[in-house]
Write a protein that binds this ligand. Sequence first.
Ligand code: DCP
Ligand code: MG
Length: 502
Amino acid sequence: MRKAPTILHLDMDAFYASAEQASKPSLRGKAVVVGGLGPRGVVATASYEARVFGVRSAMPMAQARRLAPNAAYLVPRFALYKSVSEQVMGLLHALSPLVEPLSLDEAFVDLEAAGAAWDRDSARRVGERLRTEIRAVTGLTGSVGLAASKMLAKIASEEAKPDGLVMVEPGTERALLGPMPVRTLPGVGPATGDHLRRAGITTVDELAEAGEDELVRLLGKAHGHGLYAMALALDDRPVVAEREAKSVSVEDTYDVDIHDRVRVGTEVRRLADRCVGRLRAAGVSGRTIVLKVRRYDFSTLTRSETLRGPTDDPGVVREAAARLLEAVDTTGGVRLLGVGVTGLADYTQEDLFAQAAGERAELEAEEVAETPLAREEPAQERRWPSGHDVRHAVFGHGWVQGSGLGRVTVRFETPDSEPGRVRTFRTDDPELEPAEPLPLVRVVPSSDPPAPSGPSGPPGPLTASAHRGRGAVDGEAQVSSEPAIFPKSRSGKEGGAAPSSP
Ligand code: DCP
Ligand code: MG
C-alpha cells in the first residue's frame, strides 16, 4: 500500500435534493424528497433537512410522506443531475488522468498519477481546493475523503459528510475501522451482513478476530480471503479510469425465428446469466446493460440502461435486460438476441440489487394513473410532473409545485432569484409549456475575467461564479436568460412521462 493519503474519494451531498434546492430558492433549508411519486414509488434521496425525520434513500414514498408530511416531494430531473455530474467529473479530470466514477455523484481520483499531490499537506490542499471549485462551478457541496487506499478514502468521505473533508492518516487505519460495522467494508451488502451477524460477527474487529480460515468457511474462498484483508485495512486496489469502450457481451442467432414472447424472455435471461459469467471470470463489473435484438426482417436495434454504479449481479443484469426487452416489439419474430455490459470497473456495489428493484417499482408507477381524476385526463396530468420546469409566456420560468383537478400550480423562481410567487393555471393553458432546466450557477460571459478563487489562486478550471441566493438585481433579467451549459435534448425515459401528483 502507498505511504501517503493520495487517493481521493468525492461524494456530492444529498445530490439530487441539493440540485433541486439550488434550482428552487424557495426550497433552500427545507425538507425536500426526490423520487417516484406514484403508488409504488421509492425515495431516491432526501435533503439533510428531511433526513432529520428519518427519510432515507430507497424507502417507499408512502412511508416518507408519513414521516415528513410537510416536505416538498419532487420527481427527479435526470438531465439536470447528469449535466451537473459532468461538470464535477470535469473538475476531477483536471486533477488527474486516473478518475474512476462510481455513480453520477461519486468518484475516486489517484492524486499521485499526475503529481497533483505526494504527501499529506499537498493532498489536503488539493482536496480543499477541489471543494471550493465544485461549489463555485456547480453551486453544490461535495465531501472529500483522503487516504492511502480506496476503501479508507470512501469511508473518510462518508465521515466528512455533509460539506467536509476528512483525511485518514496512514498508520491509523485499523484503529479507525475496528469498531465500525461490517457493512462499512466494500462487498458486504445486506445478505453477507446478515450471514456474518448470525455467526456473531458485527464489527470489523470481530471479522479480524474470526481469522481468515473462519471467514473462508463462512463465505467461500474468494470472498472470505478478500474480506479478511479488508478487515486488516489491507486494500491495494488501484484507481482505474473508466473504460467505456470495453464491454463484455454474448449473443445467439437462432435457426428458426422465435415468435413466442415468453421464450424470448427466457432466452434473454439465459444470455444475461452467461454475460455475468464472463464478467465475473474477467473480475470486472459494469454500469451499462445493453440488449440487442435482430428481428425477422434483419432490422437490428440496441437498447441500453445505465445503473447508478457497476454491478456483476446476475439478478440486476437479468432485471435490466428484461426491462429493456419490454420496450421492444418482437411480434414478427426474432433471429438474434444479445446481452452486454459496458462501462466496466473493478468495483461492485452489492446494494444495486435493491436499486434494481426500486427502479422497477418506479417505472411501473409511471404507467399507473395516480387518482381517478388523473385517469380521466392522463395526458394533461402527466405533462406536469412535480418539480419539473415550465415557462409561462407572461410570468417566465418556474416549476410545477403540484397538479390535479385540471389545475397546475407553478412557482415562478430561478436559481438566482429570490423565492418566487405561486400561481395556478388550467392544465391546458396555452401560455404554459414544459421547459429545460436552467443552469444552477450563472455562466460568466467570456469577456468577464474569471471568478477569483482564493488567495493561493489555482489556475483551475473556474468558469462560473456563484450567484446563489443573491437579491433582486439578477432576478428579473434571469427570467429571460437561456440555459447556456445544459444540453437541449433529453433522452426518452428521463424526460418523458412521469406521474404528476397533487
Ligand atoms: N440514489 C437513488 N436511489 C438510491 C440511492 C441514491 O436514486 N437508492 C440517487 C439519488 C442520490 C444520488 O443517487 O442523490 C447519489 O447517491 P448517494 O448515495 O451519494 O446519496 P446522496 O448524494 O443523496 O446523499 P449523501 O450526502 O449521503 O451522499
Ligand atoms: Mg452523494
